[in-house]
Every structure is written in structure tokens, then in C-alpha cells.
Design a protein around this ligand. Structure first.
Ligand code: GLN
Length: 277
């Protein structure tokens, strides 16, 4: 762009390569302003330095880097979470998992909750923030992920979250919880989606789980009864074609009230069951 562009020109230029909403997110990042400010000042000139920074971010986006990794943030359930390439980017469909967990945790009562493979921490931390009397343990096998989860836990629920380095249940072997939630890796190793879009930049270990994507779901379900109190719930996010397998695994592990819930796109997305009381 020769000379300094106005905000409108900067957005128009990037729109050809990415979309306008993303272009605005990137410009907001450079200017450190709100959307409303950008709209109200769209004939203001960028400085040469701002224009340069903006072009650099747009180039990264055009190369495929997810917006959330460029800005280092993603909104989830009304709160902003810090993210980096060590953690999966929080997705809107995962809010269903949180919703179903909250339905099983009436406000005002005390619970212990385990979030397995917490990543950014968005699931367990949201539960902890929404239910201040719940004690939420966040575990991950990745130290790098735990660093990010720690930043988010400090921001949103410092009083009732605990972080542990753990390969699924390994560090909580002797504990029992009222509710266990997990959004484990569940994509099949050979799935073409792993080579597309944001997934190319996300941690493979947080996405893929064996030839059918069921490796981790299977292990989490099979071992859950040893870590739940009587009457406790296990809730799991899974892939579009894994609801039947999850129901079967849950029943085989002795769970009752096995259910599946579709996400907003109508895709079977969360399965769960209750341990016999
Ligand atoms: N839902 C993610 C996807 O985009 C996968 C997340 C996961 O494996 N837990 O495919």
C-alpha cells in the first residue's frame, strides 16, 4: 500500500485475501481499539508503522495461521482465553459440553470436577467460574498447555481451580469426582481435515487419536468408574460419527442414563452417562 492508508482502505485491501471480520480483528489488534471505534473512525489514517504491522499480520493469516494464534486470544462462553499453538483453539461447539455439565451442577452446591486434557483450560475454568463452589481439577499431559491453562485459571477462577500434570488419570489415581469432563483428541489419524484450515497449526496430540479416533475416548470411558463417586457423571465431546461407539463404550463400562446431545449444527457432539448410585 503506497503511503498511509485509512482504516477503511486497510480493511478493503485485506478483505480480498481474508474476510472482513478477520481483517477487522487483525486491525483491532494493531490499533488496540474496539470494533465500534474502528467503525466510527474509518477515515482516519494509519501510521506507516501501523500499516506495516497490519500487513505483517495479514500475511500470516493468508499463509493459513489461525486468527486465534495470531491474536493469542479466543472468546469462549463469554470469556476471553489466552491461547497459543500448544493448545487447541476453543470452539463454539464445546460450549455444549460446558452447558451440559452446568445443568448437572446446580448453583449453590459443592462439587468436585475433573477436566481431562484441559488444554487452554476453557472447559474446566468456565465451569469453575460459573460455579464458584465447585472445586475443579484441570489436568494435561502437556506442560506447555498447563502454562496456558494456568494463565487462564488465574484470570477467571483462581480460587477454585487446581492444575496437575497428568496423563489422563495418572496423577489423580486415588481421587473420585462428582463430574468428569473431557474434550479429548478424537479425529482419525488419516482424516483429511488434519491437513486443512486451522487444524494444520493446532497440536496434533490434541486432535488425533488412532485409526478411528477412539483411542483416548475408549481409555477415558473404561477408567472413569474408578474416578467417579456413585451417581457421578462422565461427559465427553466426540466426532460426528462416534456417538454410537461412545454409547456402547459407556454401557460396557457400566454407565446408566447414557445419552447423546447434538451441537447447534445438529451433529451428535457430546455423550455421557451416570455411574450407578
Ligand atoms: N472438533 C475438533 C475439529 O475441528 C476436534 C477437537 C478434538 O479432537 N477434540 O475437528
Amino acid at each position: 500500500m503506497p503511503g498511509a492508508p485509512t482504516i477503511r482502505e486497510a480493511l478493503d485491501a485485506a478483505q480480498q485475501a481474508t474476510d472482513r471480520i478477520e481483517a477487522r480483528v487483525l486491525l483491532r489488534e494493531v490499533l488496540n481499539q474496539s470494533d465500534a471505534w474502528l467503525l466510527a473512525h474509518d477515515d482516519e489514517l494509519l501510521t506507516a508503522e501501523q500499516a506495516q504491522q497490519y500487513v505483517a499480520l495479514a500475511v500470516r493469516r493468508v499463509a493459513g495461521e489461525p486468527v486465534a494464534y495470531i491474536t493469542g486470544r479466543r472468546e469462549f462462553y463469554g470469556r476471553e482465553f489466552v491461547v497459543n499453538p500448544s493448545v487447541l483453539i476453543p470452539r463454539p461447539e464445546t460450549e455444549l459440553l460446558v452447558e451440559l455439565a452446568l445443568q448437572r451442577l446446580p448453583a449453590g452446591e459443592s462439587y468436585s470436577v475433573l477436566d481431562l486434557g484441559t488444554g487452554s483450560g476453557c472447559i474446566g475454568i468456565t465451569i469453575a467460574a460459573e460455579r464458584p463452589r465447585a472445586q475443579v481439577t484441570l489436568v494435561d499431559v502437556s506442560e506447555a498447555a498447563l502454562e496456558i491453562a494456568r494463565v487462564n485459571a488465574l484470570q477467571w477462577a483462581p480460587a477454585n481451580t487446581v492444575l496437575l500434570h497428568s496423563d489422563w488419570y495418572s496423577a489423580v489415581a486415588a481421587e473420585r469426582y462428582d463430574l468428569i469432563v473431557a474434550n479429548p483428541p478424537y479425529v482419525a489419524e488419516g482424516d483429511a481435515h488434519l491437513q486443512q484450515g486451522d487444524l494444520r497449526f493446532e497440536p496434533r496430540t490434541a486432535l488425533a487419536a488412532g485409526v478411528d479416533g477412539l483411542n483416548d475416548l475408549q481409555r477415558i470411558i473404561a477408567e472413569a468408574p474408578q474416578h467417579l463417586r456413585a451417581g457421578g457423571w462422565l461427559l465427553l465431546e466426540h466426532g460426528f460419527d462416534q456417538a454410537v461407539a461412545c454409547a456402547w463404550l459407556l454401557e460396557a463400562a457400566g454407565f446408566q442414563d447414557v445419552f447423546n446431545a447434538p451441537d447447534l449444527a445438529g451433529i451428535p457432539r457430546v455423550s455421557g452417562g451416570r455411574l450407578d448410585s
